[in-house]
Ligand binder design. Structure first.
Ligand SMILES: Nc1ncnc2c1ncn2[C@@H]1O[C@H](COP(=O)(O)OP(=O)(O)O)[C@@H](O)[C@H]1O
Ligand SMILES: [Mg+2]
Length: 588
């Protein structure tokens, strides 16, 4: 049964916030049950106090002093014991809920990390990170159930039973009245639930909109559209405020209803119980106990309704967040996927490869076949949109498996894990992605390298030339998305990373396009050296950069149109020849 409650963090965590919280609790099961047990004992102890109160007042009426002392001490004793238990529960709960919040965020980040590129292209990064952070509130949600719902319900039940023991009819009248109050209050909380959900949706939409405006503030300034965007932001804020107002108004109405029912029930009970005591139907002890219990029932009911209302708000917030991140991974590794281990210089083969990003649209790669020998250097050229980068993405397994097969050393990539495939490949893309961290951290990406290795990579990528002019050298922070570096500098960082990684397969996607001709020539030399014991695929627009390639492939509309050495392709007088002519003999 415990295993069911605490589902192990499996491939797809639950989007139900409570189940997600219990999963996050899997490493602290003992503490969970200890604190729960302590709390139950504490609530039962506190709920026995009215019995002592009744005993006390009944004996006051009869002037039995020894009994009066006994019940007085019993009452204080029970209250004191409940306080001590509550103190220890508080210590356990602090540790437990801190852990749950921490584990929930870890689980959320871990799962989000598994999503494909498609997911990150379709969702704003700001919204994803705020969704991950809001999972910390999941512990508060569980806390509400355990620390508020459970004690209030237990108190309600015990108090109802105790009123019945005094007098069946009085007990039943009280239970009936409170049930009507509870029913009306619950109906109102349903309306609040709908308003809360709407408010959460509007809130997320406005966060996303404002995040987008902030992220692109430089664009707004250049095109002088800041004011236009501010007006839109203003409209979004107004919509957000209106939805908050209607939600708070509904909550306010509920509070007034509960307060009113509390006053009415106590007033009616005071008059009715006084009368019953006066005619001798009930004792003084019965009078005080029922009045005391009525107070407890009312307070518990109020706590429960308030809790449901607060619970709905937090639950909706977390549910919206979980629905954003806990969606099935679009193309996970197959269950029996193996690790790709390359023992010798790799060959690559594309066999009848076809692929499209969106089903139903025309294919971006069409029945493409190509065999690349171990250690071969292949240049890939073709017009923009020909499918060159898509081919790299398929080798890196960034998208769902294409039709046809990709082999590395005769091993089918579809049967191997993404991580192990990527571990064997170094990529330099046109647009180098950087963290807002130091240059050194951006180079090593958290892996351990010796100083000598780093220096060698910096020299090979010609990073050393610009790093020496930076105020803090390698420790300079590069800014958000690397704004403090030029396009060419970022590209050199990308090349340095590839040199450091030193993987058997190297993919260069217009890796030197942002460099000036002089730097490009120097880097070309380093890449040529790197190419010696690697299998290399190089996409380039400037044909002059492909002079060390063994063969060149010309792609057009997802197909290979020409293939051969530079000289062979020129002799064919086809697309490559025209491109070469266009680039004035390749001198651009
Ligand atoms: N993430 C994507 N989703 C949908 N279509 C895409 C995506 N990336 C690229 N494409 C489309 O695929 C085609 C090939 O793109 P790409 O491989 O980047 O071309 P190349 O690198 O040759 O310039 C283009 O028509 C492009 O619009
Ligand atoms: Mg491209």
């Amino acid at each position: 049964m415990f295993k069911k409650i605490f589902a192990q963090a499996n491939n797809i965590p639950s989007t139900n916030p409570i189940k997600f919280a219990l999963e996050a609790c899997r490493f602290k099961k003992k503490l969970f049950f200890k604190s729960l047990g302590l709390l139950i004992i504490c609530v039962i102890t506190a709920n026995l106090v009215p019995l002592a109160t009744k005993g006390f007042f009944d004996n006051v009426e009869l002037l039995k002093f020894d009994q009066i002392y006994f019940y007085a001490i019993l009452g204080f004793g029970l209250t004191f014991l409940a306080e001590i238990l509550d103190y220890f529960y508080g210590i356990y709960a602090t540790i437990l809920y801190g852990h749950i919040g921490q584990q929930a965020r870890t689980d959320a980040i871990e799962y989000t990390n598994k999503h494909s590129d498609d997911y990150f292209s379709s969702n704003q990064s700001g919204l994803i990170s705020s969704a991950i952070m809001s999972t910390r509130n999941i512990s508060g949600l569980l806390f509400m159930h355990i620390e508020e719902t459970m004690p209030s319900l237990l108190t309600l039940i015990i108090s109802a039973i105790l009123t019945l023991t005094v007098d069946l009819k009085i007990g039943l009248i009280i239970i009936l009245f409170e049930s009507v109050v509870a029913y009306c209050a619950l109906k109102k909380t349903k309306t609040i639930g709908r308003l809360v959900k709407r408010h959460q949706e509007i809130k997320h939409m406005s966060w996303g909109f404002i995040g987008d405006v902030v992220a692109n503030v430089k664009l707004s300034k250049i095109f002088n559209i800041g004011r236009l965007h501010l007006q839109k932001v203003f409209k979004v804020i107004i919509k957000h405020t209106r939805s908050a107002e209607s939600m708070w108004l509904a909550k306010e109405k509920l509070i007034i209803f509960l307060d009113f029912s509390d006053v009415v029930s106590r007033l009616v009970a005071a008059v009715a119980l006084s009368y019953l005591y006066w005619i001798g139907f009930i004792s003084l002890g019965d009078f005080t106990m029922i009045f005391f219990l009525l107070g407890k029932i009312e307070t518990s009911l109020q706590n429960l309704v308030n809790m449901i209302e607060r619970y709905q708000t937090t639950r909706q917030e977390i549910a919206v967040a979980l629905e954003k991140i806990i969606i099935p991974i679009t193309h996970p590794d197959s269950l029996n996927a193996k690790k790709l281990k390359l023992k010798k210089l790799p060959s690559i083969e594309f066999k009848n490869l076809s692929f499209n990003y969106n089903k139903g649209t025309s294919k971006q790669i069409k029945k493409l076949s190509l065999q690349i020998q171990p250690g071969e250097k292949i240049g890939i050229v073709g017009a923009s949109g020909a499918g060159k980068s898509t081919l790299f993405k398929l080798i890196l397994k960034q998208y769902p498996a294409p039709d046809g097969t990709i082999f590395i050393n005769q091993k089918d990539l579809a049967e191997h894990t993404k991580d192990s495939v990527r571990a064997n490949i170094a990529v330099v893309s046109q647009d180098t992605l950087v963290f807002n961290r130091t240059l050194e951290q951006n180079l090593t990406l958290g892996k351990k390298y010796t100083k000598a290795q780093i220096q060698k990579a910096l020299k090979g990528s010609h990073c050393d030339q610009f790093i020496k002019d930076l105020p803090d050298g390698l420790q300079t922070k590069v800014g958000e998305r690397g704004v403090k570096l030029s396009g060419g500098q970022k590209q050199r960082v990308g090349i340095a990373r590839a040199l450091l990684k030193n993987s058997p397969i190297v993919l260069l996607d217009e890796a030197t396009s942002a460099l000036d001709s002089k730097s490009e020539k120097y880097i070309q030399d380093s890449l040529q050296k790197l190419a010696k014991n690697h299998t290399m695929l190089v996409i380039a627009h400037r044909l002059s950069t492909l002079n060390f390639m063994d063969r060149i492939v010309v792609m057009d509309k997802g197909k290979i149109k020409e293939i051969g050495t530079h000289q062979e392709l020129l002799a064919q007088k086809g697309i490559y020849y025209k491109l070469w002519q266009h680039q004035c003999g390749g001198c651009i």
